[in-house]
Design a protein around this ligand. Structure first.
Ligand SMILES: NC(=O)c1ccc[n+]([C@@H]2O[C@H](COP(=O)([O-])OP(=O)(O)OC[C@H]3O[C@@H](n4cnc5c(N)ncnc54)[C@H](OP(=O)(O)O)[C@@H]3O)[C@@H](O)[C@H]2O)c1
Length: 376
């Protein structure tokens, strides 16, 4: 703790009761205050904040926060990496069902290294790698101070970009494969948005269980290359949307692939209709995202003659506090798959200093790009 206290001696004092962001911002203008030297303090933190909802490329800015005092059960974590997910963008836009209180620090998941501990923390040591689990708002900053109950220790042998991004998307893929149908080896699933991280995870988790995947991607220049990449991950069939402009999409199914009972939709619009067309009698389509921002249209005959079911999935809803244990077990399983080379997905690590360039890529300004993960 000695080095932390040294920092604290020189730093402005911020009482723990004033830890919320608006108070930080106010305190940044206050004079230094005398304090108790025995209290552990965090280092100052550099953070991406937004004080109004709107386009993330214009409402986010980088600020410096004063050190904060660690309460007895707090853990101060030096962040190593955190991804930019579509839901982070939606939160900043103010269109997510849970609207963060403003001003707010961006980010929801990530990985960091334990820097210092409150006086009664026993289960962590400086240097441990931890992730917030379930995730928690405010990971886009260099130091995060939260109660010990927030943090889950993970194996340091995990590449940081995977440790940072293991919850929101891979866990969604795993949970959705388990929750909506009892699939067995030889069965098939169909999905759109197959290039997304969730999509790439669904392909691999299905393959690991002997389940076939039928994948739909947007038309683009270089679609053959994308198809090849997904096939290498274990995709059985990959179609562009335009390839599916045929009367009977099921005629395109390979001989060894049965009609799927389960479909996943993260796009909406025509891409959702294509998932429905592949489903077998009594099949289910689970919607978990709406990347095209277009509504889903379902034909009357899909209900009457195919008796299809439409369901939805929201990870944040499931990860309520009583699910923390289950959630952490699943995370450990997913991280072990990563370390064994059985789960991989495309990401780009971008230095924190280039945050706005990473955000532009995440916003799709440069066309389809790998998942952006900020490296602190
Ligand atoms: N419900 C939940 O609990 C939950 C949890 C996790 C994720 N999600 C949702 O799952 C989806 C995928 O997330 P992710 O982080 O895995 O994605 P990602 O890796 O950031 O990739 C974005 C995906 O969206 C596609 N896309 C982007 N703009 C599009 C548009 N205008 N029309 C159609 N497709 C578009 C991209 O396709 P291209 O390759 O063609 O660019 C790519 O497949 C998002 O909607 C996210 O909000 C939901």
């Amino acid at each position: 703790m000695a080095s932390v206290r040294l920092v604290a001696l020189k730093a402005p004092y911020v009482p723990s009761s004033l830890r919320n962001l608006s108070n930080f911002l106010l305190l940044r203008t206050h004079a230094f205050t005398v304090r108790d030297f025995s209290t552990a303090m965090s280092p100052p933190s550099t953070a991406v904040i937004y004080d109004q909802y709107g386009p993330p490329d214009s409402v986010t800015r980088i600020v410096e926060f004063s050190p904060v005092e660690l309460k007895e059960t707090d853990v101060c974590v030096k962040m190593l990496a955190a991804p930019i997910n579509p839901s982070d963008i939606n939160r900043i836009e103010g269109v997510y069902p849970v609207r963060p209180q403003l001003p707010s620090v961006g980010g929801y998941e990530g990985v960091g290294e334990v820097h210092s501990l409150g006086s009664s923390v026993k289960d962590f040591s400086p240097g441990d790698w931890v992730i917030p689990s379930p995730p928690t708002s405010g990971t886009w900053q260099t130091y995060v101070v939260k109660d010990q109950s927030v943090w889950h220790k993970i194996d340091k042998g995990t590449p940081i970009e995977y440790a940072a991004s293991i919850t929101v998307n891979p866990l969604t893929a795993l949970k959705m494969l388990e929750d909506f149908a009892s699939l067995k080896a030889g069965d098939a699933i169909v999905q759109n948005g197959a290039t997304s991280i969730v999509g790439q995870c669904i392909i691999q988790l299905a393959r690991n269980q002997g389940i076939h995947s039928i994948n739909i991607i947007r038309d683009r220049a270089g679609s053959d290359e994308v198809k090849e990449k997904l096939t290498k991950l274990g995709a059985n069939q990959v179609f562009t949307e335009s390839q599916l402009e045929v009367k009977n999409v099921k005629a395109l199914l390979a001989d060894d692939i049965p009609e799927p009972a389960l479909g996943f939709n993260c796009v909406g619009g025509n891409a959702a209709s294509l998932v429905l067309k592949f489903l077998r009698q009594g099949g289910t389509m689970v919607t978990y995202g709406g990347m095209s921002k277009k509504p889903i249209t379902v034909s009357t005959s899909s209900f009457i003659f195919k008796d299809l079911s439409l369901r939805g999935f929201w990870l944040q809803q499931w990860m309520t506090s009583d699910k923390a244990k289950e959630c952490r077990k699943m995370i450990d399983y997913l991280l072990s798959l990563v370390r064994e080379g059985k789960l991989t997905y495309e990401m780009e690590l971008t230095p924190f200093s280039d945050f706005h360039a990473a955000m532009d890529k995440a916003l799709g300004k440069l066309g389809s790009q790998p998942k952006q993960v900020i490296k602190f």
